[in-house]
Design a protein around this ligand. Structure first.
Ligand SMILES: [Zn+2]
Length: 256
C-alpha cells in the first residue's frame, strides 16, 4: 500500500466525519439509514460510519475503525456491506484520504432516466468534478457494485452508480463532501435547464480551454492514473479548481 494519501489525526477525522454526515442528512443527500463515509487513518486502518443508523445524528464515538478487509477492530462494531465500495476506492486510489457515498436524489434520478450527468454544461463542474461516469446497475452491496466503482474511480473523483447513488473521493472527507454537494447542485441545474428547454453544452473548444487552464495551474485532470502516481503526488485539485473557476468567471464577466 502506498503512503501518498494525506495524514489526519483520528480525533479530528472522527469530528469531520460526523459533521459531513450531519450536512449530508440536512442537505437531503441521504435519508434514513442511507449512505456511508470513511477516512483513511493509516496504510492499514480506516474509520467508517456504522451500519443501520441514521447518519445525521452520529457521535464521534459511534464511528468504527476497521482493517483493509473491512473487519472492525473492536467487538460489536457494525459495518455496512457497502464498505466494499470504500475498500475498492482505496485500492484503486492510493492518493485519496476519504470516500463519501450518498444517494443524491436529482443525480440518481438522471441514472433512472438513462441520462448522463457528463454533459459539460457548467464550467465549475467541468473543472471541479471532471467527467462523471455512471457504473452499470448491479445489486447494491454486491461485489459487482464494488468492481464497477473500482474500474471507474481510478480515473475519476466522482462516479455515479445506476439506480443507487454516488461515490465521491478526495484528499480529505471535507473535499469529498464538497464534490457530492457540487454533484447534486450540477444535477439540479441540469434538470432545471432541461425543464426550460434544450441545454446547450460548452463547446469542445471551451472545454479544452478549461483543461488547458487547469494544466497551466499545475496538472491535468486526466489521465488520473498518470497524474497521481505515488512517486509524484498530484496537484491540489481543489485549489486548482478554485483558481480556474475564478479565471473563467473573470473572463466571462469581461465579455459582458
Ligand atoms: Zn448506497
Amino acid at each position: 500500500m502506498s503512503d501518498s494519501f494525506p495524514r489526519i489525526d483520528e480525533p479530528v477525522a472522527r469530528e469531520q466525519v460526523v459533521e459531513v454526515c450531519r450536512r449530508m442528512h440536512a442537505g437531503g443527500l441521504i435519508a434514513g439509514g442511507e449512505g456511508n463515509v470513511s477516512v483513511r487513518l493509516s496504510a492499514s486502518r480506516l474509520l467508517v460510519t456504522p451500519s443501520g443508523v441514521n447518519k445525521g445524528f452520529l457521535k464521534p464515538s459511534d464511528l468504527v475503525a476497521i482493517d483493509l478487509q473491512g473487519r472492525p477492530e473492536a467487538r460489536g462494531g457494525k459495518v455496512s456491506t457497502e464498505v466494499r465500495l470504500h475498500l475498492a476506492a482505496y485500492r484503486a486510489r492510493p492518493d485519496i484520504g476519504a470516500v463519501v457515498h450518498g444517494h443524491p436524489p436529482t443525480a440518481v434520478a438522471f441514472t433512472l432516466a438513462g441520462l448522463s450527468l457528463d454533459q459539460r454544461l457548467v464550467p465549475e463542474s467541468v473543472v471541479a468534478l471532471g467527467e462523471i461516469p455512471t457504473a452499470a446497475y448491479a445489486t447494491p452491496s454486491s461485489e459487482d457494485v464494488a468492481a464497477g466503482v473500482e474500474r471507474l474511480i481510478c480515473e475519476h473523483d466522482v462516479v455515479m452508480m445506476e439506480r443507487h447513488g454516488s461515490v465521491c473521493v478526495g484528499p480529505n472527507v471535507l473535499a469529498a463532501f464538497d464534490r457530492l454537494e457540487s454533484l447534486e447542485h450540477t444535477a439540479k441545474i441540469s434538470f432545471l435547464a432541461r425543464s426550460l428547454g434544450v441545454p446547450r453544452p460548452l463547446s469542445d473548444d471551451e472545454v479544452a480551454r478549461l483543461h488547458r487552464l487547469a494544466e497551466a495551474q499545475g496538472g491535468a485532470r486526466r489521465p488520473r492514473t498518470q497524474a497521481r502516481s505515488p512517486a509524484q503526488p498530484g496537484p491540489d485539485v481543489d485549489a486548482l479548481a478554485d483558481e480556474v473557476l475564478s479565471r473563467v468567471l473573470k473572463a466571462l464577466s469581461r465579455r459582458e
